[in-house]
Ligand binder design. Structure first.
Ligand code: AMP
Length: 370
């Protein structure tokens, strides 16, 4: 089977790495040829709104998926007229606008932080008056890794926050005083059968994911998150892997955002679960039965952001796996990740601290997990 992927970043690359042993081949579409996917797939270059080139790309493959959630919906629709697009353009659209996403969550009974749409400075003043501070002003579209966000710690921060992100539709959210952040990755096949990975606990630094540990053994949170994701998948008639990130506030799940694709907080599944999120995504979209999502042990995944630690120091750590995405270093850029699967939480956490240090990430926010 020949799979087309819109976007050729590290997610597409890891998808191809897991799909090649299944006999699949890959062609990816991206703006340039110097992309992580180039090591494992043919690359077609073009703009994401060049419908003619996109249609030609779609003609070459059996089905199309995406590794980037901001592919224009009109482009995904044009491709879908030629080859099946899974997840569907409708599911893609659901995650592109924070307001539409929050409305969908609310309609499905999935709690979200109090929020207001903000179009102008007056709206922001009213939102702050209604919801209070602290809060976060976010762009409705195209935000990722904490970009397009401004904190409003006190009411006098409003002007600075407005200047930082103005000029596009925004949303003001009340700041959630969370005890932890977790995410659930699930897969739904074409017949509507679902499988969920164990809940993972995430540590973000400056809005970017620094570390994920799994499983987060909390049966009540796991049940709640599975129920939320299951409803979301059913409402979107979803096919593929979906991730929802949650805050845990006073023991209760509050949804932050969804990603209609494989997710950074699911990278631990490559070594840490019986079937990786990448393989399960491919199985789902290709019409194969889903594989077991059971954890093999206690996993940690640490992102390598901005700079690569010396390869020699990584290789010297028994049981540690390096995933190098083949990107050139730039501050704030995800260049790779490390994983370790331990026999116990204690052993895993000991390694987690070493990996965070190796990655140059602070260990200040480190603490035992749920
Ligand atoms: P996002 O781009 O919305 O995923 O935000 C990135 C990170 O910023 C989250 O994972 C949180 O650590 C933090 N964050 C975003 N929104 C909120 C919020 N309403 N309350 C508290 N922290 C937040």
């Amino acid at each position: 089977m020949h799979i087309g992927i819109l976007g050729a970043g590290q997610l597409g690359r890891m998808m191809a790495i897991s799909g090649i042993p299944l006999g699949m081949r890959f062609t990816m579409y991206d703006r340039g040829a110097d992309v992580p996917g180039a090591a494992v797939a043919d690359i077609v270059t073009g703009a994401f709104d060049d419908l003619q080139r996109l249609r030609r790309f779609a003609q070459r493959v059996d089905l199309v998926t995406f590794d980037w959630e901001n592919v224009p919906v009109a482009s995904a629709r044009a491709v879908a007229a030629i080859a099946p697009v899974r997840p569907s353009p409708r599911a893609l659209a659901a995650g592109q606008d924070r307001v539409a996403e929050k409305r969908l969550f609310t309609r499905l009974g999935i709690p979200v932080a109090p929020w207001r749409p903000v179009e102008d400075r007056g709206d922001l003043a009213r939102a702050i008056a209604a919801l209070g501070v602290p809060g976060i002003l976010k762009t409705r579209r195209l935000g990722y890794d904490g970009k397009g966000q401004a904190r409003v710690r006190r009411a006098t921060d409003a002007d600075r926050a407005w200047q930082l992100v103005r000029g596009q539709p925004l949303v003001y959210e009340r700041f959630v005083n969370f005890s932890r952040e977790v995410s659930l990755v699930g897969a739904r096949d074409r017949a509507g059968r679902t499988m969920f990975y164990p809940l993972a606990e995430n540590l973000h630094v400056d809005g970017i994911l620094a570390m994920t540990r799994a499983p987060c053994a909390d049966a009540r949170l796991q049940r709640g998150a599975e129920s939320h994701l299951g409803r979301l998948m059913a409402a979107l008639a979803y096919t593929g892997v979906l991730c929802v990130e949650f805050f845990v506030e006073r023991g209760r799940l509050v949804a932050n955002e969804m990603a209609p694709r494989v997710h950074n907080s699911g990278h631990w599944t490559i070594e840490g679960a019986e079937t990786s999120q990448f393989e399960n995504h491919l199985r789902a979209i290709a019409g194969l039965p889903l594989g077991s999502t059971r954890a093999r042990g206690h996993s940690v995944m640490v992102n390598l952001i901005g700079r690569m630690p010396p390869r020699r120091s990584i290789a010297a750590l028994p049981g540690v796996h390096l995933h190098d995405y083949g990107k050139s270093p730039r501050p704030g850029r995800k260049l790779g990740h490390l994983t370790y699967v331990g026999a116990s939480r204690t052993v895993r956490d000991r390694l987690a601290i070493r990996l965070l240090r190796l990655a140059g990430a602070g260990t200040r926010s480190f603490r035992p997990m749920c």
